[in-house]
Design a protein around this ligand. Structure first.
Ligand code: NI
Length: 135
């Protein structure tokens, strides 16, 4: 039997979706408003799920303070109020779509969280557009 606990977090960040090897027209056609050369921001909502077994001693799956601190250090400090393209090394050569952002978040968390837990990353780029990445 396993269960999943969730922690919500939030960050604001700017991005631009484009490919250097495509023309301005093609970037606009494929990425639409998100290809605006002057960047634009999103209010990202992040929900991190950890799946595993309840520790019979504490009754916890994980002390949520620990998960909160890892999310703050790895994600919020790295992404909040940043220009993802320009200031976050992972996106120097990777389009900061919500899909790629969720994969980067998952990898950063995987480095910090015990292998006995499964990790699920749900990322909302807008209230209606979101992605789930489970590794
Ligand atoms: Ni956008």
């Amino acid at each position: 039997m396993s269960l999943t606990v969730y922690r919500k977090a939030h960050f604001n960040a700017a991005h631009r979706l484009y490919r250097k090897d495509w023309s301005e027209e093609k970037n606009k056609e494929i990425f639409g408003l998100c290809s605006n050369p002057h960047y634009h921001g999103h209010n990202y909502e992040l929900i991190v799920g950890l799946t595993g077994d309840v520790d019979p001693e504490t009754g916890f799956l994980i002390d949520l303070k620990i998960l909160k601190n890892i999310i703050e250090e790895e994600i919020e400090e790295a992404f909040d109020h940043k220009n993802l393209n320009e200031e976050v090394p992972e996106f120097a050569n990777l389009n900061p779509t919500m899909e790629n952002i969720s994969i980067v978040i998952w990898k950063k968390l995987r480095n910090r969280i015990d292998d006995k837990f499964g990790i699920s990353v749900k990322l909302y780029e807008t209230p209606r557009n979101f992605v789930v990445y489970n590794g």
